[in-house]
Design a protein around this ligand. Structure first.
Ligand code: SF4
Ligand code: SF4
Ligand code: SF4
Length: 568
């Protein structure tokens, strides 16, 4: 399973996550959204979009607690974003982490410095090429999984976190457990790839850890970082990385791009060869890492976070003094990006047409492109159906039309009389059976009070009780017609559906059967009477047996009567 998933939810008619996902990485199967790990870039947009909040993020918090419990040395690489998130208490984070048992805390920007030094060299080239920074884990995944042709434009350098983790291992020993804490979900995937990273926690998980341990930042004394870099603290802001450049001899244009949709636009432009001699500083998140997806829902607005980071970048303390030459990059900074392309298969025009036909779309006019299925166009939805990522029934207009068609057929052809009556006891619909029975056309019946045709009392009682009245027998048409009346309250529309089932012929048949049975019993009575006369005549000859014959015949009569039940 990937780092992000959805727990079970009824996704029917929602598809907000499908709509939010910029790279079509969510499929719907049996009305349940499923994240396709092979396509997901861990941008977190779907999690923010889900109205049911059924996100599941793989957490390594217990693993980190276990490291500490088992006496292993845990070193935290703390993303600078954290200092912008905790209201006026960011400077207490080191104290809190140490209280939890962490042995050292350094800012991730220590690793950023060595990466920036490599990036800086690219601004001196004047080539017919453009470059993309490789410090955003989500952008790297975007290019590897969706735009592999652009891999040669990614600067082949590890991310600041990877660099820092390798540096921490060199500094504190290969046995230490390096744990990153930051705002990013994609870093969890990066953590799985980079062996010097033992675990990745989000800022949200850090808050949870503080809560569980009863840590209150305002009750702690400030403790200095074990290492940090004031000059690189704007790194999580848009353009923050290039601000750290020494722009002397710059031969290339530096452009900052934030937000996944803008990143995609630029990457597609690069693929088409539209840009030259530009250095793109790219962050998948809008507002860069400061707008990261895992900082906690209750977090206040982005501009406060920005102000805090700016303030923080102006502070030179609290930091331990750095030893001379302490940050020489003795680590390998090279990175080879992998082609992880997992394409969506393009069906033929004929195949698309067939899928569209299946959902009642036979011409361009039928393609509403309304987006309620989560796809911007009907054709894109058809392609998703072809790739088993979407279900035909996700098309709301089609399902509505289908339901309406079925209900109209029933409404029109049923022999039952149907009236729809609103709360003011006015008729708002009248079916053909009602037209025939009441001998009034639908357009004349509509807007008439129901009392013209039926007793309004049961309707009033249904409105009052908001509960159905079922199986009520009544006579209409000067007692010539017997109907069973049901009045159903439809809460959503606040109307009543009145169904009258004509029972006249059934009742007549029942009556006829009753008469037949009564006649049969009369005949039996006559036979018994005749038998009795004969029996009495024989009685004188046979004596006592006469009484037994009478008893037997009387029993026979009773049995016949009982067999006819309540009819007699
Ligand atoms: S995390 Fe991003 S890429 Fe992954 S499924 Fe969600 S929206 Fe799509
Ligand atoms: S911008 Fe930062 S937080 Fe957002 S995906 Fe990239 S690295 Fe992660
Ligand atoms: S009409 Fe098209 S865009 Fe709208 S829900 Fe149906 S398939 Fe999707």
């Amino acid at each position: 399973m990937g780092v992000i998933s959805f727990s079970e939810a009824n996704c029917k008619n929602c598809y907000a996550c499908v709509r939010a996902c910029p790279v079509q990485s969510i499929k719907i199967k049996n009305e349940q959204a499923i994240i396709m790990e092979e396509r997901c870039i861990a941008c977190g947009l779907c999690l923010k979009a889900c109205p049911k909040n059924v996100k599941k993020i793989e957490t390594e918090l217990e693993k980190v607690k276990q490291f500490i419990k088992s006496g292993q040395s845990v070193v935290v690489s703390l993303a600078p974003t954290a200092f912008g998130v905790f209201k006026n208490q960011g400077h207490k984070l080191v104290a809190a982490l140490k209280k939890l048992g962490v042995s050292h805390v350094e800012e991730t920007v220590v690793g950023a410095e060595v990466v920036t030094q490599v990036y800086e060299t690219y601004q001196h080239f004047h080539l017919d090429k453009c470059y993309i920074t490789s410090c955003c884990a989500s952008v790297n995944l975007l290019i590897e999984k969706h735009y592999p042709k652009v891999i040669p434009h990614l600067i082949p350098v590890i991310t600041p976190l990877m660099a820092h983790a390798r540096m921490l291992k060199l500094k504190y020993g290969q046995d230490v457990k390096v744990v990153f804490v930051g705002p990013c979900l994609a870093k969890k995937i990066e953590g799985e790839e980079e062996e010097s990273i033992s675990a990745v926690l989000t800022i949200q998980e850090l808050k949870q850890w503080f809560n569980e341990a009863g840590i209150k930042l305002n009750e702690l004394e400030e403790v200095p970082l074990d290492d940090g870099l004031v000059s690189q603290r704007t790194y999580p802001m848009v353009g923050g990385m290039s601000k750290c450049f020494n722009e002397k001899d710059k031969k290339i244009e530096i452009v900052s791009v934030d937000g996944i949709r803008d990143c995609i636009e630029v990457i597609e432009g690069i693929e088409r060869g539209e840009f030259k001699n530009i250095f793109f500083e790219m962050s998948a998140c809008h507002h860069s890492c400061l707008g990261g997806p895992a900082i906690g829902e209750e977090c206040e607005n982005i501009f406060n976070r920005k102000m805090r980071i700016k303030d923080y970048a102006r502070q030179t303390q609290p930091l331990h003094e750095m030893s001379e030459g302490g940050r020489l990059p003795l680590i390998n900074l090279n990175r080879v990006f992998k082609n992880q392309y997992s394409p969506i298969i393009q069906p033929s025009e004929k195949e698309i047409e067939l899928i569209l036909n299946n959902i009642g779309k036979y011409s361009a006019m039928d393609e509403l492109n309304c987006g309620s299925c989560g796809y911007p166009t009907c054709r894109q939805k058809a392609i998703a159906v072809y790739n088993h990522m979407a279900e035909p029934t996700m098309c709301l207009p089609y399902m509505k039309h289908k339901a309406e068609t079925y209900s109209h057929v029933i409404f029109d052809v049923t022999p039952s009389i149907i009236l729809v009556v609103d709360k003011s006891l006015t008729i708002i619909d009248f079916n053909p059976a009602a037209e025939r029975f009441f001998e009034v056309k639908k357009d004349q019946a509509i807007d008439l009070p129901v009392s013209i045709f039926l007793d309004e009392a049961p309707f009033s009682s249904v409105i009052e009780s908001k509960s159905d009245l079922l199986g009520h027998r009544l006579s209409l048409n000067e007692n010539k017609t017997i109907v069973i009346q049901s009045i159903i309250w439809i809460e959503q529309q606040e109307v009543m559906l009145c169904i009258l089932h004509d029972m006249t012929s059934e009742m007549a048949h029942e009556l006829k059967m009753q008469h037949l049975k009564i006649n049969a019993i009369d005949m039996a009575q006559q036979v018994i009477n005749k038998q009795m006369i004969v029996a009495q005549e024989i009685a004188s000859l046979l004596g006592e047996t006469t009484a037994e014959t009478k008893v037997t015949l009387t029993r026979l009569k009773r049995l016949i009567q009982e067999d006819e039940g309540g009819l007699l």
